[in-house]
Design a protein around this ligand. Structure first.
Ligand code: AMP
Length: 380
């Protein structure tokens, strides 16, 4: 299958070529033609499946050659749960739009940074990527209007519901015109999602991509039975032993993430923590430094396990197990992305062993729990 058969015009095909995408991923193959036909769509696919391009490409095409909307009356609204995802989606728009003959004006708006520059940048914007909170702030300031929106995308809709955006979503939905195209993407099909799905989608086409299992097949999963006191030394041993130049470590809380990053720094490793209590600037800085190889270890909480795209990340370590198997999948899915192999290592203490069994059952994969007794952790 090639991108040519999906109904994309030559400008978009040229932009795709410039990204060196040789063939569409399954989600793109199934979703792009439907979006171009104007259908409502429910896409069950997680980050790593290529879902962003699956809506970015057709939403750019739908605006090609179309008369520009009235100033501050956006045409396409993409709602996302986190600032990081907003920035990432904006980058994907940029990567394609830069190569179009007739570029479309797009913008990402999110909280945690000053609102004024965003208000100025809204001039002439046709595609807006937004987190709900900041969008509402902008609406309250009459910085933009939603009454001419023709297409709504909800990305990571399940996460949006988890993060308690219900009231904000209701406010936003009430401001949108009734007649519009709706695209809803979610990693899971939860019952909460059912409610919002019924609310916004009209006779939707449902596309489900089992990216989770596909992804997992590419990931080597290892686990160590280790008591809490030895987790720190074991982490340092593994970083050394596997010569990990880029490793994402997951912690169970903000406090734990800070403590793990501090301990690593004290031991001479370049490490930073990234979590919801850090300022937007600090989060972006940490992610940028990690992606560019300036720091070796990024310690993150589960909020960060979604939506963050780090191509070719070789190692993920669960310093503490996540509560849900879903989060486990999201965490380890940060490696083994875009058809690359990766390694995910879990630290499992005695209390976590039963829970680890449940995770394995859920993901239908057995992971060997190795003993750490034989590893020499002295001096680490
Ligand atoms: P996403 O699920 O949207 O976060 O995308 C995951 C990664 O896959 C990103 O790094 C994309 O650049 C990459 N990607 C998406 N579609 C393709 C494609 N058709 N060929 C190669 N890489 C792709």
């Amino acid at each position: 299958m090639s991108f040519v058969t999906l109904g994309l015009n030559r400008y978009l095909l040229y932009a795709i070529e410039k990204q060196y995408y040789t063939h569409p991923y399954p989600i793109q193959e199934r979703v792009i033609p439907q979006i171009l036909k104007g259908k409502d769509l429910l896409g069950i696919a997680q980050t790593g499946s290529g879902k962003t391009a699956s809506y970015v490409l057709p939403t750019l095409q739908l605006l090609q050659g179309k008369a520009v909307a009235k100033n501050r009356h956006i045409n396409t609204l993409v709602l996302v749960p986190t600032r990081e995802l907003a920035i990432q989606v904006q980058k994907v728009y940029k990567s394609f739009n830069d190569h179009l003959e007739q570029g479309i004006k797009y913008l990402a708006v999110y909280g945690g940074v000053s609102i004024n520059p965003q208000m100025m940048d809204l001039q002439g914007v046709e595609i807006l990527v937004a987190t709900p909170g900041r969008l509402i702030e902008l609406l309250e300031k009459n910085a933009l209007y939603l009454n001419e929106v023709e297409l709504l995308v909800l990305d990571e809709a399940d996460k949006m519901l988890n993060l308690g955006f219900k009231d904000e979503m209701t406010t936003i939905l009430n401001l949108l015109p009734k007649k519009r195209q709706n695209l809803l993407f979610s990693a899971t099909l939860s019952s909460d999602l059912g409610a919002i799905q019924a609310l916004i989608l009209q006779n939707p086409i449902t596309v489900e991509i089992e990216a989770e299992t596909q992804n997992i097949d590419l990931i080597t999963q290892l686990a160590y039975a280790v008591e809490d006191l030895k987790k720190g030394p074991l982490l340092r041993y593994l970083i050394k032993h596997h010569q990990m130049n880029q490793v994402l470590v997951f912690a169970s809380s903000v406090h734990r993430a800070d403590a793990i990053a501090d301990k690593l720094s004290n031991n001479g490793y370049s490490a930073m923590a990234m979590h919801s209590k850090k300022s937007q600037g600090a989060r972006e800085n940490a992610l940028y430094k990690f992606k560019s190889g300036d720091i070796q270890v990024l310690v993150a909480t589960d909020l960060m396990s979604r939506g963050i795209d780090i191509p070719f990340l070789p190692f993920v370590i669960n310093y503490e197990l996540p509560r849900s198997p879903k989060d486990y999948i999201h965490r380890i899915g940060r490696t083994g992305r875009a058809e690359n192999a990766g390694t995910a290592i879990s630290f499992v203490n005695k209390e976590e062993q039963h829970h680890f069994g449940i995770i394995q059952k859920k993901i239908k994969k057995q992971v060997v729990l190795s003993n750490t007794d034989e590893i020499d952790l002295k001096g680490l």
